[in-house]
Write a protein that binds this ligand. Structure first.
Ligand code: 8OZ
Length: 367
């Protein structure tokens, strides 16, 4: 029987344990330029462990892909150089680190866009709620501009170039962010995709961009170093599909033919994507639901504790568990879970933006 502390093969990598660090937006890149800093390298290095997998935070693949201030990018030479220090710090401790490739689509604001233009999306459907502007203000979302069909290839090319840049920066692989109401999920879901071209309409068409972006990354990396993150039952950023099982069964089957490193699912009980204390009970488990049709490694995430993660792995519901909030407050989380040590509580007030406080100053065991 597998346990949280038994090894796991992911693509070419032999993980020593199954406690994965989830991709976590912390809004602490250096501005201007949204460049990873020495502080970011310290933070990731603190959370690295021998044979442990870190999925680094969502990083915009181009300027127009950005939707929040001070999130790091992976499209400029300065950003690649900044990330090199991060991957170096993680590798120095024997860790493995993937980068999450991110395009927010309509969850942006014109203040982030080149030339102050409108955010782009599959269709001109405005999200409910408020954007996070380039000056850290909250403003109502704008109605995005629908991408022209002949602009879509450039989006795919940005994924490919970002994948190349991640390789240059020393990452071990990439994860395609297909979750939480951002661009690729906007294409997947019928509420946000009203297109009538080859990228809209049927499920086949709606999942085309996700599949093509994933294939572009796989051309760079080999499919066994590319993962995909999905939130089939999620409602973050005004997302949600009326019949998620129908849509996501097809998506998971299609991705399952590509030979990917892993599929990373977000459990519906954490569907607020970390922005609030969401804990729905009595909803289906995403991992349990899709496990039978996914042929590879399955990572699950969302409000797990050590005991529930151990139970999910022992029951075969998933191969590994990604932890977000617990990893923020416990840099040595794998060791704490292994030894049953007490966990430091997290402070939500310092999740997004700021400096060391609530970022690199959480204590290690025995310190
Ligand atoms: C919380 C706050 C900001 C961004 C996601 C990248 O929802 C995020 C995110 C989460 O996947």
């Amino acid at each position: 029987m597998s346990s949280l502390f038994s090894p796991l093969q992911i693509g070419p990598y032999r993980l020593a344990h199954r406690v994965v660090m989830a991709p976590l937006t912390r809004m602490r890149a250096t501005r201007p330029g949204d460049v990873p800093s020495a502080l970011n390298a310290l933070y990731y290095g603190q959370r690295a462990s021998r044979g442990g997998l870190i999925i680094a935070e969502g990083s915009q693949i181009s300027r127009s892909a950005q939707g929040m201030p001070a999130t790091p990018g992976i499209y400029s030479a300065e950003q690649i150089a900044g990330w090199k220090a991060v991957t170096h710090a993680v590798h120095a401790k024997g860790g493995i680190i993937f980068l999450q490739l991110w395009h927010v689509g309509r969850i942006s604001h014109s203040s982030h866009q080149p030339g102050g233009g409108l955010p782009v999306a599959p269709s001109a459907v405005r999200p409910a709620g408020e954007a996070f502007t380039a000056t850290f203000e909250r403003k109502p979302f704008e109605t995005p501009r629908a991408l022209e069909t002949d602009e879509i290839q450039a989006v795919i090319d940005s994924y490919r170039q970002a994948a190349r840049n991640a390789r240059e920066a020393g990452f071990d692989g990439v994860e395609i962010h297909g979750a939480n109401g951002y661009l690729l999920e906007q294409f997947l879901q019928s509420r946000t995709n009203r297109r009538t071209d080859a990228y809209g309409g049927s499920i086949e068409n709606r999942m085309r961009l996700l599949v093509e972006a994933t294939q572009a990354a796989a051309e760079v990396w080999g499919a066994d170093r590319v993962g995909v993150r999905l939130s089939p039952f999620g409602v973050a950023n005004d997302s949600g599909e009326a019949e998620p099982l129908v849509l996501y069964s097809r998506v998971v089957e299609a991705l399952g033919t590509l030979g990917l490193a892993y599929l990373h699912l977000i459990e519906p009980r954490a569907s607020g994507a970390g922005q609030a204390e969401v804990d729905h009970q009595g909803v289906p488990s995403a991992a349990e639901t899709f496990r039978p049709i996914w042929p590879g490694v399955l990572i699950t995430a969302g409000n797990f504790r050590g005991d529930t993660a151990e139970a999910a792995i022992a029951a075969g519901q998933a191969d590994a568990v990604a932890f977000g909030r617990l990893f923020i407050a416990n840099p040595d989380l794998p060791e704490r879970l292994r030894s049953g040590a007490a966990l430091t509580p997290y402070n939500r007030g310092t999740f997004y933006g700021g400096t060391e406080a609530g970022y690199t100053d959480y204590p290690f065991l025995g310190v």
